[in-house]
Design a protein. Structure first.
Lengths: 530, 368
């Protein structure tokens, strides 16, 4: 673990060195540039830097007849709300030009008496001026004044809040996150109206300047974990962040593992639930997937539905644990038993399988490999191809490959059943990313089963368990609460316990305020002291 | 970062270590001498094993932060300490190769008769090296998960053997007399219990805030009783004669399981129990070997030793026994005395030295 961390640090320092020369030179050069008293110079400077682009609009007008332009309004077409600009900025300024001309402190008058908008602030540097303009704000510059006014007019076309696509539930909220950061934070704020809910924002990406928000509840989340998240985000030196997946890959604990150590969620309700548990959410502008850290293995098998349906449904979660084993082991067990341990099968079953396999030219391993690869191809094709030809793939998959392969005695019907069960088990996971490691490891276990039988499967499983136990996510052991075993947190592990039994938050996420329920203030206090 | 072993992890490691590969051989070695009274011998052995664990704990209590190698060096001085420490390393290393061979032999005789033993050794060692590379705390965490499967399978195994129990198999009680019973305890004491001394390489990684002694001793007792239970069952089901004649009586028991005439011949699944325990035992021994070699030569880390040690251990496991009957001879006649040297005599000698040094306070300790 330590070794990997050191490596990452090295990588980061290398990348920072690489980036250092051009960016720092440019930035220090620009940072020194303050607004000059002459509006003409300022506008020229802006035109030199961002002016050539066609969407930059510079509206200049003069406050008195015959004079040079002494007021400029700058914004980017398409990223601003034109109504605000025309009704609440340009109209009032034009109406009160006289006031402005005779004013002793025009900026103050602009802010206090003229502009009819909410979010106003002053800037004096070109660098922050560019950033504001490029992120959709409007800037007003006046002649003979070395400060500008920035007005928040951000508004652009985006997808509305729609139903979550990948993590669906039958009962429970159907809203999903959108691509707009502010919409997403509002979806969370609407659910948690706590004054301690913190939304820290920072810009990441030297060129994309993507807004990234860290969301947590101050008096629940472990300050150490929050600080660790801040540090890791701070270390990212990249030209662009296009999705939370980019961030996930740069801040995860261990790159060389098939298992995801950061949870992603497109559902505001499950993200809020995570925040209430004391975890830290990371939302990236432009991505409908929030990240949740620290992530435990069990959390990838929890569906929000488990908590919304009545208790009986909590037991359905056990089924997902079964499907972990099926998805990992079914083909390899079939290979091992038919190749090495035929005595375990009942004689009638053995005879029927042997009869099916009679005309098949391949050993069981090759047969399984063909079917598994075919299935993975179908699945990948199903995601990538255009929606319109969707039905074609199901015909090809079901009829041609299933029926015809058996008819041509390339694979046995029993193998088709095994592969289908494996596939269906793989679809029961509430989070897509947890299915991937099992798909990958399945092939390794098939090789072990074909060479060493059940013994090989056991050694492979032990190796997987060792690997899982070695992982951690932001300092929390990945296999918690199984290893290290914590009886108190079994209430939300294999099956969900009744809500009134889930009185405390999971231990590793929070040092304070572990009690989340009940009228016993004294109990809360006692725990706090500890 | 939390890299200490918790109380529960330590207990699970001790249980799985004690059950280890002994569970394959012990019913047969006990039945060899004590016949149908083997179960009495096994219970006596557990008591003696508890005493051995107590002695080791005493030594641990004096130096809770030191490993066996460091304790030896601290008490015997640099040069003598290094020599004795090296023999201790050899003890754990030899034991590791014996355990590896036990597993390999078991796999190729019972489960995969056509597979060369070399490849079985290589496969297991790769997983062991992976675990030791992650560190003892990861092995401890894995032991928690593996022990869940272990206990589940074990009780499944015992439960479904109950219909086969024939109580006339242990009658008459005390037929063989007291002497064979005492003689029968020796290989059992030697095989898992005297080897528990290896835990002096691990205990310094235990969380001091928790009750190390309780989990250590309870681990020894639970592990010992689990072997005793298998011994009793194999005599009750197979009879003393068959138990004694079979190479792996506990494996043969798996063949007797029949659930509703549908689930039968699942001994290969039952063998998962032994694979888990042997794997954990091997990992601990391998860790102890690498750690003791590291401390003897004062290396900073042991990761680079793992592959070279693995190559040696594979060859050693290959030549260490000529065949399975020699294994039985070795376990019942020779091993007890070798492991008693390190598992009992050495700790007792060290404890006497500590007492003796305390009596002479002016005698300054060599390392300080």
């Amino acid at each position: 673990m330590r070794r990997i961390k050191r490596k990452r640090k090295q990588k980061q320092s290398v990348s920072s060195n690489r980036n250092a020369h051009p960016s720092t030179n440019q930035e220090t050069g620009r940072n020194r540039l303050l607004l000059s008293p002459s509006i003409k110079d300022n506008i020229e400077q802006i035109q030199r830097s961002i002016g050539p682009s066609s969407d930059v609009t510079i509206r200049q007008f003069c406050s008195q007849k015959g004079g040079d332009a002494d007021i400029a309004i700058i914004f980017i077409d398409g990223m601003v709300n034109e109504n605000i600009i025309s009704d609440f900025i340009i109209t009032p300024i034009m109406g009160k030009v006289e006031l402005l001309r005779h004013s002793l402190s025009p900026l103050f008058d602009l802010e206090q008496k003229i502009l009819q908008v909410g979010n106003v602030k002053r800037i004096s540097e070109f660098e922050s001026l560019y950033t504001s303009i490029l992120s959709g704000d409007t800037v007003i510059l006046l002649d003979k004044i070395t400060e500008g006014i920035v007005i928040d007019t951000k508004s652009w076309e985006g997808r509305g809040v729609t139903e979550a696509q990948a993590q669906t539930v039958i009962r429970g909220p159907h809203e999903g996150f959108t691509e707009a950061l502010r919409v997403n934070t509002s979806l969370i704020r609407r659910r948690i109206k706590d004054k301690n809910l913190c939304i820290e924002t920072k810009q990441i990406g030297t060129r994309t300047k993507t807004e990234v928000a860290i969301i947590y509840i101050k008096d629940i989340a472990d300050e150490k974990i929050v600080q660790e998240v801040r540090n890791r985000l701070e270390h990212i030196q990249l030209d662009g962040i296009l999705d939370s997946g980019n961030i996930e890959e740069l801040i995860q604990d261990n790159t060389f593992t098939p298992f995801p150590t950061i949870q992603n969620s497109e559902r505001p309700d499950s993200t809020s639930a995570g925040i209430l548990e004391g975890r830290v959410a990371i939302i990236v502008d432009g991505s409908p997937y929030a990240l949740l850290v620290p992530a435990l293995f069990i959390q990838f098998l929890q569906s929000p539905e488990d908590y919304y349906q009545r208790l009986g449904y909590g037991f359905i979660r056990f089924l997902r644990y079964v499907s972990v084993f099926i998805s990992l082991l079914a083909p390899s067990l079939y290979i091992a038993i038919t190749t090495f341990h035929q005595e375990m099968l009942k004689t009638t079953l053995l005879i029927s399988i042997a009869a099916q396999r009679e005309g098949i030219p391949f050993p069981a391993f090759v047969e399984a490999l063909i079917m598994e690869i075919t299935f993975e191809l179908l699945r990948e094709a199903g995601i990538r191809m255009p929606r319109a030809i969707g039905p074609a793939i199901s015909i090809v998959g079901a009829l041609v490959l299933g029926e015809a392969a058996v008819g041509a005695s390339l694979v046995s019907p029993a193998m088709v059943i095994v592969v289908s069960i494996t596939a269906i088990a793989g679809f029961t996971f509430p989070t897509f990313s947890i299915g991937i490691p099992f798909r990958i490891l399945r092939f390794g276990l098939m090789v072990l089963a074909a060479t060493f039988g059940l013994f090989g499967i056991i050694v492979g499983l032990i190796a997987v368990i060792l690997h899982l136990c070695s992982l951690q996510s932001f300092g929390v052991p990945y296999m918690y609460p199984f290893a290290p075993l914590e009886m108190n947190d079994q209430k939300d592990a294999v099956i969900r316990f009744p809500k009134w039994m889930m009185k405390s938050r999971p231990k590793p996420f929070t040092k304070w305020n572990q009690v989340r329920m009940g009228n016993s203030y004294a109990l809360n206090n006692r725990k706090n002291k500890r | 970062m939390n890299t200490k072993l918790t109380e529960r992890q330590l207990r699970m490691l001790v249980i799985l270590y004690v059950v280890g590969s002994s569970i394959l051989f012990t019913p047969a070695t006990l039945a060899q001498e004590a016949k149908q009274d083997a179960w009495i011998a096994s219970l006596i052995s557990v008591l003696i094993g508890l005493f051995i664990g107590y002695i080791i704990l005493k030594l641990y209590k004096v130096f809770p932060n030191l490993t066996m190698i460091e304790i030896i060096e601290h008490l015997l001085g640099k040069w003598l300490g290094k020599i004795v420490g090296f023999t201790f390393f050899l003890f754990s290393f030899l034991l590791a190769s014996l355990v590896l061979r036990n597993l390999g032999e078991f796999i190729i005789t019972e489960i995969l008769p056509e597979t060369p033993i070399l490849y079985v050794h290589i496969l297991v060692l790769l997983a062991v090296i992976q675990g030791v590379r992650y560190g003892i705390h990861v092995i401890g965490r894995s032991a928690e998960i593996l022990s869940f499967f272990f206990f589940f399978m074990y009780f499944f195994f015992v439960l479904f053997l109950t219909p086969q129990l024939r109580f006339e198999n242990i009658q008459p009680i005390f037929d063989v007399g007291i002497k064979p019973i005492i003689r029968a305890t020796l290989p059992y004491i030697g095989f898992p219990f005297l080897e528990v001394v290896i835990f002096l390489m691990v205990l310094n990684k235990a969380n001091k805030n928790q009750q190390v002694d309780r989990s250590f001793l309870s681990g020894i007792v639970i592990g010992g009783l689990m072997i005793s239970l298998i011994t009793i069952i194999s005599i009750l089901v197979l009879g003393a004669d068959l138990t004694e004649r079979n190479n792996y009586p506990s494996y043969i028991l798996g063949k007797k399981i029949s659930i509703g005439k549908f689930i039968e011949r699942i001994e290969a699944l039952i063998a998962i129990i032994w694979m888990i325990t042997i794997f954990v035992k091997l990992s601990i021994l391998y860790y102890a070997s690498a750690e003791s070699l590291k401390q003897l030569f004062q290396f900073k880390r042991y990761e680079f030793l793992l592959f070279p040690l693995g190559m040696i251990i594979i060859v050693l496991a290959f030549i260490i026994y000529p065949n399975i009957s020699y294994t039985y001879y070795f376990i019942s006649r020779i091993w007890f005395f070798y492991s008693a040297t390190f598992g009992f005599l050495l700790p007792v000698l060290l404890l006497i030295m500590i007492k003796w040094k305390k009596r002479q306070p002016n005698n300054k300790s060599p390392s300080s």
